[in-house]
Design a binder for this molecule. Structure first.
Ligand SMILES: CC(C)(COP(=O)(O)OP(=O)(O)OC[C@H]1O[C@@H](n2cnc3c(N)ncnc32)[C@H](O)[C@@H]1OP(=O)(O)O)[C@@H](O)C(=O)NCCC(=O)NCCS
Length: 174
């Protein structure tokens, strides 16, 4: 059984290992950087100081060990919007339903608890996971041409979003 819980300091060494994995980072918009653990500890400290505008959750199974990260950043209390990010650390844990669970669960949190109205996300045009986001209910809103420099070339970045009304229509209608 999968669940989400807030990120803990003890998760940082595992996350640091993932962030130094070129294969995983190749799927994401952010560039690959060598990151030492101290930098990731500071990143965590910064999150602790900014919990009003950021939600960082660990995806876990029964063992409660972190398997992936699900986050809401840039929480904007005037426009009621935020940006979502998802990653599962080890390839062996992908494709088994964990991502679907985590995405739906954090959307529920965003719309039903935080009273947000819009959840945005960006993904590389090379990332086939767009299929999953569409299935969950995100809409493509546009393409930023050559917006990311990845592995030596520029890649288009696709912008997607889900509104609270889309969420209600799909998941809360009955
Ligand atoms: C994206 C990610 C979080 C999805 O989580 P997941 O647990 O692998 O996805 P699920 O097992 O819930 O997949 C659900 C469906 O999406 C499909 N799917 C998942 N990832 C896919 C991918 N990269 N390409 C194509 N289809 C994908 C699955 O085949 C499955 O389809 P089905 O329901 O028709 O059988 C995870 O694969 C991951 O961390 N990937 C690397 C990082 C990344 O790309 N993050 C997203 C950046 S925007």
């Amino acid at each position: 059984m999968y669940s989400l819980r807030e990120l803990r300091r003890e998760d940082i060494p595992i996350i640091n290992k993932w962030r130094n994995d070129p294969e995983l980072i190749s799927h994401l918009g952010a560039p690959f950087r060598y990151i030492n653990e101290e930098v990731d500890m500071l990143w965590y400290d910064n999150y602790m100081k900014n919990r009003n505008s950021t939600v960082r959750l660990a995806m876990t199974d029964e063992s409660n060990v972190i398997l992936g990260l699900a986050s809401l950043t840039n929480i904007d209390n005037i426009n009621r919007s935020c940006t979502a990010h998802f990653m599962i650390g080890e390839a062996v844990n992908r494709g088994k339903g964990l991502g679907t669970f985590a995405i739906k669960e954090i959307l529920k949190h965003a719309f039903m608890n935080l009273n947000l109205n819009r959840v945005e996300l960006s993904l590389l045009s090379t990332n086939t996971v767009i299929y999953l986001y569409k299935k969950i209910g995100f809409t493509v809103e546009g393409t930023k041409r050559k917006a990311a420099f990845k592995n030596g070339s520029y890649v288009d970045v696709i912008e997607m979003a889900m509104l609270k009304e889309d969420y209600y229509e799909k998941y809360e209608k009955d």
